[in-house]
Design a protein around this ligand. Sequence first.
Ligand SMILES: [Zn+2]
Length: 306
Amino acid sequence: MKMNRTIAVLAALAASIPAHAAGKINVVGATEDLAAIAKEIGGEQVNVDSIAKGYQDPHFVEPKPSFILKLQKADLLLVVGLQLEIGWLPPLITQSRNAKIQPAGPGYMDMSSVCEILEIPQGPVSRAMGDVHPLGNPHYWLNPDNGRRIAKALADKLSSIQPASATVFAARYADFDKRLSEAEKGWQAKMAPYKGRKVITYHRSWPNFCEKFGLNVVEYVEPKPGIPPTPNHTLDVINLMKREGVKLILVEPYFDLKAPDKIAADTGGQVVVLMPSVGGVKEITTYFQLFDYDINLLVNALSKLK
Ligand SMILES: [Zn+2]
């Protein structure tokens, strides 16, 4: 008798809760970029949180106990993959003891599997030199074409978790796709006068971005991804810039400006601190604002160069 009454009370309670409140899907993005796209597609049907902050180097994030709490509640974990998070995320996932988001679980999504990946190494790969991109370039979210692929995969995944909201997710994806296509036209138009312009970047964060927006990356301040600048390599970069008339050095916000500043001083070049992620600065809270910010900064710098 008592059991039946409990079930009846629970059933009445469930019926009184609006479907969308009862069914919110907890999504955690390993980075703020993936979380931002999840908000676009999930809308009211999801709670979205993220782990790495956009102003941090996503290869090297200091693990915190609060990250485990976020992962314990997650229905869906979005990762960049290609070993971007290998230094900090796997132990957190294990410690969360959340079966859904373990790498083989139904709530683990590696977004690299749906995106166009550049710089995939040919032949055997050695970690001896400290290369942090052994499986290809993990900074692929910096091309809106990949943002669109991530959004589509998310719409499909959220629909499989909550079929009753499938039409909502499909509509939100269609809207995102439309707004992104319109924004891309504006970004492309702003960058068009500078097509083919040569630039130096600190880390290999920008191949997808530069391919999309027509910049030509000719060298890096790092001798290899994840390896700090050396005097010899810095000299090589300076000589190359002088030889080829390169003036722009793009630097992520979490790197020391000493080497870039020296290179700029020796070449008459200019350092531009470009944001690789949503949350890099306070005013970048959406995937759209990320490109708005970077393209405005670039156009401003390029328009002042000869
Ligand atoms: Zn990297």
